[in-house]
Design a protein around this ligand. Structure first.
Ligand code: ATP
Length: 247
């Protein structure tokens, strides 16, 4: 059974119809990449899964771990184990790295009243575990997060998500604005996070980098899926890559 299934999802911003009958799955334990040009609908897909509003999902269903989560409260979806690290990373710039990570514990331990969520709530990683994935964060534990480099901020944002009860980690353009060596460090961490049992859904414009680490890929264009297959199949499909990804 797939961990996450989108079945003919239609999503709107006001009257603009963005996602059109979008169907895709994410399998337990994989790195799944959703690729496409600017404005194709990648962020809208992640926001629809996370139940962030906008957009509005008006048709179709989103199933997670066998349960229909379409239109559930955003906290409910988070408590069920889905985390979204948005493009802007949303860390607390004036707090230190250590304080940012500590706040993730506070968020996790917040009492919640949603019946099923309480039962499935898992404890997240410890700060020590996060430091194992990202030794750089340990070196900078007492540095203000706002003074970290872009790559280090990305590591911190991922670290915070791992401290919550994340089973499915969704990353929106994690390589955005990062230098090549830092991309490599983030790539390595993403692979190790998968190998440790967390499922990942990765959205990227940097298709070449994403294809390198993905198990399976989807390509989205104008709100609809135009390709699905293994990373290898996409690598070999020059026409799809040139037409929809420009690489
Ligand atoms: P990018 O790589 O540029 O972030 P994307 O594939 O993530 O692109 P989306 O952000 O999902 O694209 O945007 C899909 C479409 O929805 C675009 O045409 C965009 O202009 C539109 N859109 C996004 N957010 C809103 C909003 N809040 N209100 C209205 N339209 C929006």
């Amino acid at each position: 059974m797939s961990l996450l299934t989108l079945d003919e999802v239609d999503a709107y911003y006001g009257e603009s119809h963005i996602l059109r009958d979008l169907s895709m799955t994410v399998e337990d334990g994989e790195i799944c990449a959703l690729l496409g040009r600017n404005g194709a609908g990648k962020t809208t897909t992640l926001r629809s899964i996370a139940s962030s509003k906008p957009p509005d999902v008006r048709d179709g269903t989103i199933t997670y771990d066998g349960e229909d989560i379409t239109g559930r409260a955003v906290e409910d979806v988070a408590m069920a184990g889905i985390s979204l690290v948005p493009e802007e990373r949303r860390i607390f710039a004036d707090l230190t790295v250590g304080e940012n990570l500590h706040l993730a514990d506070v968020a996790r331990n917040r009492s919640n009243t949603f019946g099923r969520s309480v039962q499935v709530q898992r404890s997240g990683m410890s700060t020590e575990d996060v430091f194992e994935f990202f030794p750089r964060l340990e070196e900078r534990e007492s540095q203000k997060a706002g003074t970290l480099s872009g790559g280090e901020q990305q590591m911190l944002a991922i670290g915070r998500a791992l401290k919550q009860n994340t089973e499915l980690l969704m990353l929106d353009e994690p390589y955005e604005g990062l230098a090549p060596q830092i991309i490599q460090a983030v790539e390595n961490a993403i692979e190790r996070i998968r190998d440790a049992g967390t499922t990942l859904l990765l959205v990227e414009q940097n298709a070449a980098a994403a294809i390198k680490i993905a198990d399976r890929c989807y390509v989205i264009d104008q709100g609809a899926i135009v390709f699905d297959g293994t990373a290898e199949e996409l690598r070999d499909d020059d026409e799809t890559r040139e037409r929809y990804l420009g690489v």
